[in-house]
Design a binder for this molecule. Sequence first.
Ligand code: C5P
Length: 297
Amino acid sequence: MTVTVRVPAKVNVQLAVGAARPDGFHDLANVFLAVGLYDEITATPAEELRITCEGPDADQVPLDHSNLAARAAIELARRYGRTPDVHIHIAKDIPVAGGMAGGSADGAGALLACDALWGTGATREELLEICAELGSDVPFSLVGGAALGTGRGEKLTALEVGGTFYWVFALADGGLSTPAVFREFDRLTEGTEVPEPVASPELLDALAKGDVHALAASLVNDLQPAALSLRPSLADTLDAGTAAGALGALVSGSGPTTAFLCESAEAAEKVAEALRASGTCRAARVAQGAAVGATVV
Ligand code: C5P
């Protein structure tokens, strides 16, 4: 028997970041939107735990037990008193270390795939609890759609989305380390009063109404200055997409992927073409949101 799960990438349409907490994490008001770029995770019974990966960035994916997919299988097996004797194969299409929750997608996907394969009978709540242990963005990869993440991003409230949003994602050469971007945020905000992170009412309203112009006007990422500080060339990518007619542009999560919100599917194709021709990115991908969360296929 084999189980395959498809899991979407995410973009943060708002990422409000508070001051560093005593545990080193930051409180967030994190408005996640799942978008239609997917990893597929397949679980097959095996002699022992093994991870394999295919895709353009496969050489950058760790295949040891640090992979969130391996950690998900180990934790689920531990809770149900069995051995994680499973081969997990990742067909990777989400950029690696790109700020689109690709690693988190693999964690959530492996968890759901192993759960189905082993027939554990775990509740949704328990799966979400394991996801939160694996990482701040992993619960959202399981649920998809749109959600507000508070705490370190793992406490989710589902959000209404009143229409389809058309995006272009410009992939950069090489990844950015999320801890390094948060450290740069701390450095840049040192000595200043960092306000409590709160979700923008205008942004939540724009999402609920499916109003692309209002959403474009309220996109905001508090990690963007830190990502630009570590990777100044991203400013050129943002400019190129905006010049090509994107309604809004921002760094996705901790970057270095940049995200462009467009008026329509046609406008998104045009912006993607212009970004490819600009020479300011490695590739440009068109995707729609909101996408459904991790799903057995
Ligand atoms: O939760 P996750 O393991 O994905 O977080 C990776 C790193 O990102 C953390 O070790 C921390 O440095 C940073 N982070 C943070 N505040 C958050 C989420 C992540 O500082 N809310």
